[in-house]
Design a protein around this ligand. Structure first.
Ligand SMILES: Cc1cc2nc3c(=O)[nH]c(=O)nc-3n(C[C@H](O)[C@H](O)[C@H](O)COP(=O)(O)OP(=O)(O)OC[C@H]3O[C@@H](n4cnc5c(N)ncnc54)[C@H](O)[C@@H]3O)c2cc1C
Length: 494
């Protein structure tokens, strides 16, 4: 295969999420002629779908709030999230790299023009350190891609990497769209996780989790086979964010996601969060919150049930309810509650969903902001008709459930009006298994020797790092991308 004219660069970055954008910028800042390729028509990947939380110590926001914090404390706090299942499985070298580089990386994001609100608390972090981008995560993609272009990064969309090119054991380029693209100094794999690859999920995840659909259908782990063929290996392949039940995203974009990422608007929104009365701000915040979040597990403990499209109950909602979801018609279900439960979930402390640190959404917020998934009727029969179900089936499902609950703690569902929220689906949010890498983000091959010319960042280069809690995945994407970009630009062969 020949290289097309104009298809040799110093550094080729594969993927345009948090890691790819940061890597491309850092490589260009390091003086490398840089190409970033993205398989989709649009940039951003999962990073562009995220809430946009970044958790860091040492931010100007913390300083303004008088919070004393630093990388050592952050390092120690991250372990509090691990629990028995994950204890002892972290890559502490990469955790150190992350917490030490987060404060500088966060300030770099501010310099690029991004605006954050925070710091917000998220126990068991011992101090507030979560920062949320304003107005939404698209601002990350918008500002960073513009910055990359200004630095001379060439960006090609609809350009999927199909393979790596090697010469004498060194990675010297990629094959993309059937053409070879040369990389004199290095290739950086920043192509996300493998939550949308059935074969990889079957290979690495527990069987129940492997059956569950991904949140981002483009996270197909295309990097896996070429990297493994060169001796790369996956660390913590079984660790997964989810599966969990989430409301389906709105068919049409919410107002908040449509907001343009203008700097003045971001500053106005941040000012409003501090100064505007909650009554005025609530619709904004709720447009954000009521997108594709998880219904609170407390709902099920109190008495709500999950019914499938046929009106049947199919699982014990209080024990891993996502397990049986893939087998239901359409792979989806509805959260059913009666009037008593509905009024209980109208105010604190009984919220339907939350984006930690931002706000809580109650049933009324869903009625106002997610009319597409809010269904209410004066009788079970009426609700069944609204949902296209057989009324007899739904009525007998609820009658059976109430008989089983007689005298128990969970509410019997008898009081009108009846409310169904949904559809909900089970999602794998992200897989946390990534390629083994060293502290320079070089991919480790056979005998744990770096594969010459090959780097990995973000989810692709997660290397066994545990990113529990909110705001660490994006943090790692940006930190690891910058380090990989810097090192690839300085790669000895260049
Ligand atoms: C709903 C949701 C909310 C989240 N919220 C947060 C949050 O607030 N904070 C946080 O820290 N984390 C959050 N996460 C997790 C976080 O978004 C991801 O872990 C992170 O964005 C991964 O970044 P990345 O750059 O590694 O991958 P991505 O952002 O997925 O970027 C990878 C890119 O590579 C492209 N690509 C894939 N294969 C190829 C190929 N063969 N050739 C070329 N391009 C390719 C993809 O299309 C994609 O654009 C959230 C996740 C979800 C699903």
């Amino acid at each position: 295969m020949t290289e097309a004219a104009g298809s040799v660069f110093d550094v080729v970055v594969v993927g345009s999420g948090s890691a790819g954008l940061a890597a491309a910028i850092a490589a260009a800042e390091g003086g490398a002629d840089t190409l970033m390729i993205e398989k989709n028509a649009a940039l951003g990947g999962t990073s562009g779908w995220s809430v946009g939380s970044i958790t860091t110590s040492g931010s100007p926001h913390q300083e303004r709030a008088g919070i004393v914090d630093g990388p050592d404390r952050h390092f120690a706090d991250m372990e509090l999230f691990h629990g028995d299942q994950l204890r002892g499985r972290d890559n502490e070298t990469l955790r150190r790299l992350l917490v030490d580089n987060l404060p500088g990386t966060f300030r770099w994001l501010l310099d690029v023009g991004l605006v954050f609100y925070g710091p917000m608390p998220e126990p068991p972090h011992t101090v507030p350190r979560m920062h949320n981008v304003i107005p939404n995560s698209r601002a990350l993609v918008h500002h960073l891609s513009r910055h990359a272009r200004r630095l001379g990064v060439e960006i090609r969309t609809s350009c999927p990497m199909e393979d790596l090119v090697t010469e004498s054991g060194r990675v010297t380029g990629v094959v993309a769209g059937g053409r070879r693209i040369g990389a004199r100094r290095g290739v950086i794999l920043a192509a996300g996780d493998f939550s949308a690859s059935d074969p990889l999920k079957r290979r690495y995840l527990a069987p129940e989790a492997a059956r569950v659909a991904p949140f981002n259908p483009d996270s197909t782990g295309d990097w896996h086979d070429p990297a493994v063929a060169l001796g790369g290996r996956i660390v913590n392949g079984d660790v997964v964010l989810g599966p969990e039940i989430r409301f389906v995203p709105p068919a049409r974009e919410t107002l908040v996601r449509r907001l343009p990422p203008w700097l003045w608007l971001a500053r106005l929104v941040r000012w409003s969060i501090d100064h505007a009365p909650p009554r005025i701000l609530r619709p904004f915040v709720m447009g954000f919150l009521t997108t594709a979040l998880m219904p609170s597990p407390a709902l099920y403990r109190d008495g709500a049930i999950l019914i499938n499209r046929s009106g049947e109950r199919f699982t014990d909602e209080t024990v891993a309810p996502w397990t049986d979801m893939p087998e239901q018609p359409g792979g989806e279900a509805f959260v059913l509650m009666d009037g008593a439960l509905a009024s209980r979930y109208g105010s604190w402390p009984n919220f339907i969903s939350t984006a930690p640190g931002i706000a809580y959404a109650y049933l009324g917020d869903y009625r106002r902001n997610r009319r597409d998934i809010y269904h209410e009727a004066g009788s079970l029969g009426g609700l069944a008709r609204a949902l296209g179900m057989d009324a007899d089936v739904l009525e007998s499902t609820v009658a059976r459930c109430n008989r089983e609950r007689a005298g128990g703690e969970r509410l019997q569902l008898g009081k009108a009006p009846f409310v169904a929220l949904g559809p909900v689906r089970a999602f794998v949010v992200a897989t946390d298994g990534g390629l083994a890498v060293d502290g320079r983000l070089r991919v480790l091959g056979r005998g744990d020797e770096p594969v010459a010319g090959l780097y990995a960042a973000g989810s692709t280069g997660q290397g066994g790092l545990l990113l529990e809690g909110h705001g660490h995945h994006l943090g790692w994407g940006f930190v690891s991308g910058r380090i990989a970009g810097r090192n690839a630009a300085a790669d000895a062969r260049g």
